[in-house]
Design a protein. Structure first.
Length: 420
């Protein structure tokens, strides 16, 4: 390297640390999770469980914002107190731990659970963690920490009186909360009757909270190493933030997955139902000569309802042209071809509807003469439309229906009497 030339920071760890990436990534993910949940929270504001989820995500986001080195420096500079961010960040983290415990207790037991055990557990959490937060500020007031540390405060002050106790207190409070929360979540995962999206969300929460144990282990190991005269600061300054980042992402996804997954699943079902009705819709549009007007801003649910309504409105008068005898023969033929009963019923209905459409085209002024029961037909438009997607099956049923019925065998006694 040439003399006087500045050294470039090419180490990826240095680059990430310079921009506080391990802190801003989880903050961004948690903010996105809060933004996804926010419309539901506002719409159902009276639901205390949703408010609790929103508060927890907001608190988690605040933790990662305020533990970023740039924010720590800003907070210390604004207040004029070196390391004032230490009790502030520790308090936010402790409050987050308490919120996780309270939310899991309320979420699992249900808001209608007002048992003495549930109330006692929630009061215990509030009392203990409120006491921890008060103790953190008292210990900081008693400690002597004049040197500002942005990244390694835990290890730098690991042997300083009162700061030592403060660091140990917040780590123990965090470890206990993570252990209890993980235990509650994994016990909940093993219960029966859970929705699939909820189960996967709980699994991600369980893994995320369990990974926090790695964060605590790294921090405690580095602190204890300082007590014994060793230097393992890299565990606290490099490993622990990376573990916390991944843990926060898993927790955020775990909270939004049950809601977002169910929402996307419902939307997919609506769009699939709309798509499945297209063959029958196209057939009915040929009878009616029109169709459903296109509304660009219509929701998928509204488009599905309009398509269903249009099909039923056309089917109702068209049903007078349906030949019930032919429908029964088509049903029997479909069963004879090996189709299961529901599928055979849909194929028979599709064949007779096609015949009715053809009859209507040949005699457009005819009102029809049949009076079939249209209850099942109007309810099973989805199955009929799916049957229309398989022209080979329809052709097989139609061919079997059109074939002459085999003559019944003549009994032996009758043939003998005829010869005599």
């Amino acid at each position: 390297m040439e003399p006087g030339r500045p050294r470039l920071a090419t180490d990826p760890a240095d680059v990430l640390s310079a921009f506080s990436i391990p802190f801003w990534i989880p903050a961004a993910v948690l903010t996105a999770a809060l933004a996804i949940k926010l419309p539901t929270i506002i719409r159902l504001w009276r639901d205390p469980l949703l408010r609790a989820v929103g508060g927890l995500l907001l608190l988690a986001c605040a933790v990662f914002v305020f533990v970023a080195p740039s924010t720590i420096a800003w907070t210390n500079r604004v207040t004029g107190v070196p390391n004032i961010s230490v009790p502030w960040c520790y308090s936010l983290l402790t409050a987050f731990c308490a919120s996780c415990l309270l939310l899991i207790i309320a979420w699992r037991n249900g808001l209608t659970d007002r048992s003495a055990a549930t109330r006692r557990a929630m009061r215990w959490v509030v009392a203990v963690y409120s006491g921890v937060i008060v103790a953190l500020w008292v210990l900081f007031a008693l400690a002597d920490a004049p040197v500002e540390r942005l990244r390694d405060v835990d290890t730098y002050y690991a042997t300083t009186p009162f700061m030592r106790e403060e660091i140990l207190l917040y780590l123990l409070a965090h470890t206990v909360a993570v252990l209890i929360t993980s235990w509650l979540v994994w016990n909940w995962v093993r219960t029966d009757g859970l929705d699939a999206w909820l189960r996967w969300g709980l699994k991600l929460l369980g893994v995320g909270y369990a990974m926090n144990l790695g964060f605590d282990a790294a921090k405690l190991t580095a602190v204890v190493a300082r007590w014994t005269g060793h230097d393992l600061d890299w565990l606290s300054t490099h490993l622990a933030p990376a573990v916390a980042c991944l843990s926060a992402i898993l927790i955020a996804v775990g909270f939004i997955l049950p809601h977002a997954g169910q929402y996307l699943h419902d939307r997919w079902r609506v769009r699939l139902a709309h798509r499945e009705l297209r063959p029958l819709y196209v057939l009915m549009r040929g009878v009616n000569g029109g169709g459903v007007p296109v509304v660009l801003r219509a929701t998928p649910e509204l488009r599905l309802i309009r398509r269903e309504t249009f099909i039923r409105d056309v089917l109702l008068p068209l049903a007078r042209h349906i030949d019930e005898g032919r429908r029964r023969r088509a049903h029997d033929t479909a069963l004879a071809l090996g189709f299961e009963p529901g599928r055979a019923k849909a194929l028979a209905a599709a064949v007779t509807i096609q015949d009715a459409v053809e009859a209507k085209r040949r005699a457009p002024d005819s009102a029809g003469t049949g009076h079939p029961d249209t209850t099942d037909l109007l309810q099973e438009i989805g199955a009929v439309s799916r049957a229309l997607r398989h022209p080979d099956d329809l052709a097989a049923v139609r061919a079997g229906t059109a074939a002459p019925a085999p003559s019944a065998p003549v009994p032996e006694g009758a043939r003998t009497s005829e010869r005599t």
